[in-house]
Design a protein around this ligand. Structure first.
Ligand SMILES: [Zn+2]
Length: 260
């Protein structure tokens, strides 16, 4: 099959059982080192519930990421800038970042905004950086999605689990998510470097939180900075930022908020 990321020939890698019933094929592209399922005809069934019931890590992951991404935004970006959580799901991350004090907005083609109502992105304002949390692995058309994110901002902060170094040994990896079938695209570090190169961006990662940006950021410093969140550094930022929890409520009460 043709690689959905770089359009070269991808070769058969393994078979797997999706949703306990569909026997499907995975293909690996040697050129961009991207692993992908065959065309995912099963997605309607996979997305019957907008929150994946197997994702028990949803809240814990958002707490952890809100701390690390606060540190990133505080030191590398504009503390008063506007940010967008793309594929923002139920709005949890947008709400948490606003609670810390960052001016975050929500956008999602597929989900309903429950927790960040009133803060939907208007598709106009300048955005300093877009966050894309656990969504790249869901992209059926990764090139189209990435290009539409890049139209919003050239700074993309994102998470998706990286393929381990030795792909051929990858027989049973939890991230395949075969029980729900929503994960269809798997990126190696080389794949992300390939994408960054294609769009003239730098690719920086600590192995968990990835960044595409035109800026020059020291990779070692980036990893150290994010690591400090494990020792409570995000708490200092939370104290320095002004939380939007109360002012958002006033905004809602003022009647400026319209149900969208
Ligand atoms: Zn490829």
């Amino acid at each position: 099959m043709i690689c959905r990321l770089c359009n070269r020939e991808a070769s058969f890698f393994k078979e797997g059982i999706i949703l306990n019933k569909y026997n499907i094929k995975y293909y690996f592209c040697d050129h961009c080192r991207f692993l992908q399922t065959e065309y995912p005809y099963w997605l309607n069934e996979s997305y019957e519930s907008s929150i994946n019931p197997f994702d028990t890590g949803l809240v814990k992951r958002n707490i952890d990421l809100s701390r690390k991404i606060s540190i990133m935004l505080y030191y590398y970006f504009n503390r008063k800038g506007k940010y967008l959580d793309y594929a923002g799901g139920c709005g949890l991350f947008t709400r948490m970042m606003r609670d810390i004090g960052f001016d975050f907005y929500w956008k999602d083609k597929y989900s309903t905004n429950i927790l960040a109502k009133g803060f939907e992105y208007n598709n106009k304002d300048d955005i300093d950086a877009v966050t894309v949390i656990e969504a790249f692995e869901h992209f059926v058309k990764p090139v189209e999605e990435i290009e539409s994110i890049l139209k919003i901002s050239s700074n993309i902060i994102f998470t998706t689990e990286l393929l381990p170094g030795e792909i051929p040994k990858l027989l049973n990896w939890w991230y395949y998510g075969q029980e729900h079938g929503q994960h269809v695209s798997f990126y190696s570090s080389d794949t992300l470097a390939y994408i960054a190169n294609k769009y003239g961006l730098n690719f920086i990662t600590d192995g968990r939180i990835h960044l595409f940006t035109k800026r020059k950021i020291n990779k070692t410093m980036y990893s150290i900075l994010l690591k400090t969140s494990e020792f409570g550094s995000a708490g200092i930022i939370t104290k320095k930022m002004k939380s939007k929890t109360a002012s958002d409520m006033e905004l809602m009460q003022s009647g400026k908020f319209k149900e969208s």
